[in-house]
Write a protein that binds this ligand. Structure first.
Ligand code: FAD
Length: 287
């Protein structure tokens, strides 16, 4: 088995203690030589400046390839493209382009008359300007989608508009990803689809997040976390489950794993180590 590519997702810090936490996370994971790392953009476009600063600082201090997330919520086309051009000036040409969600409590996404109509429109503009564009994908269907095939058709439109690759929402079972990958292939999608892995840091938070984004939780996983939390073994369980998931994905031909780190390095690092991915050691060497 060849060494899979890795990428790590961070969120921008909103306070000095959070800045230290992000930095600890970046320095703990950088030795795993990720293909790239990415920095999210706050819901409703709330972290424009913070995302930019985090992207620049990580790139300048570590030399890692950094992707900036960008949404088209609450901004005009000119503002959104202005942000992208600022990234280019800073040497960043990889963008995770998303429609985004409106600020909490604001209901569904409504495009501004002077803004991008949605992700397809945004992707087209960014790809046309030479950016390397990644988009979001939803193995269990986005809550806004009418059904699975409409969702996959929409993903195809984003890729046909010029996106290079897609990263998925998190999921718990490898079979979920494989079914989605097969359906995408059947729909004529040949771009790489990278599974998004969420090592469970906090069970209650993960359950809420899963419900909001339509990720199903197998009963056996829910039961196991209830017991592990009671017995103080939640981290161990999270590491074991995420390692098994990644192992199944790699056995099924996946070549890149994207980790949602939540700016906490331990679980992600432990999962990578359990997979044999340690600094300077590849699966090729341990197989
Ligand atoms: P889209 O794929 O454009 O739309 C979502 C769904 O709605 C589609 O799957 C499709 O079924 C339906 N839909 C939308 N438009 C149409 C249309 N014209 N015709 C038919 N169907 C349509 N959010 C943030 O705020 N900041 C981030 O940094 C961030 N990073 C993310 C990273 C990843 C890898 C993922 C998977 C999600 C991320 N999100 C982020 C969440 C994302 O913004 C939300 O899921 C949002 O609701 C959808 O954005 P999208 O670009 O995937 O939307």
């Amino acid at each position: 088995m060849t060494r899979p590519a890795l990428s790590f997702e961070f969120f921008p810090p909103k306070s000095l203690p959070q800045s230290f936490r992000l930095w600890d996370c970046v320095t703990a994971l950088a030795p795993l030589a990720p293909d790239f790392v990415s920095v999210t953009y706050g819901a409703g476009g709330t972290t424009r400046k913070l995302t930019h600063e985090a992207v620049q600082a990580i790139g300048a201090q570590t030399g890692l390839d950094v992707a900036a997330h960008l949404t088209c919520v609450e901004a005009s086309r000119d503002e959104t493209l202005g942000i992208a051009e600022e990234y280019r000036k800073a040497g960043v040409d990889r963008i995770v382009a998303l429609r985004g969600d409106p600020p909490k409590g604001a209901g569904r996404f409504v495009a501004r008359p002077d803004g991008f109509s949605g992700s397809v429109d945004l992707v087209e503009a960014l790809a046309g300007r030479g950016f390397d564009v990644t988009v979001g994908a939803y193995p269990e269907k986005h809550p806004d989608a009418a059904d699975h095939s409409a969702d996959i058709e929409h993903l195809k439109r984003k890729l046909d508009a010029g996106a290079d690759t897609a990263i998925t929402q998190f999921f718990f079972e490898a079979e979920t990803f494989f079914r989605f990958r097969d359906a995408c292939e059947k729909a004529g999608i040949d771009a790489p689809i990278i599974p998004g892995i969420l090592p469970v840091e906090n069970w209650a938070g993960t359950r809420r997040f899963a419900e909001a984004c339509g990720t199903s939780i197998p009963q056996v996983v829910a039961d196991a976390f209830e017991t592990a939390e009671r017995d103080g073994g939640a981290d161990l369980l999270a590491t074991a489950l995420a390692t098994e998931l990644c192992d199944d994905l790699l056995s099924g031909g996946v070549e890149h794993l994207h980790f949602y780190t939540l700016n906490k390095p331990d679980l992600t690092r432990d999962v990578c180590h359990a997979l044999g991915l340690t600094p300077g050691v590849s699966l090729q060497n341990v197989a």
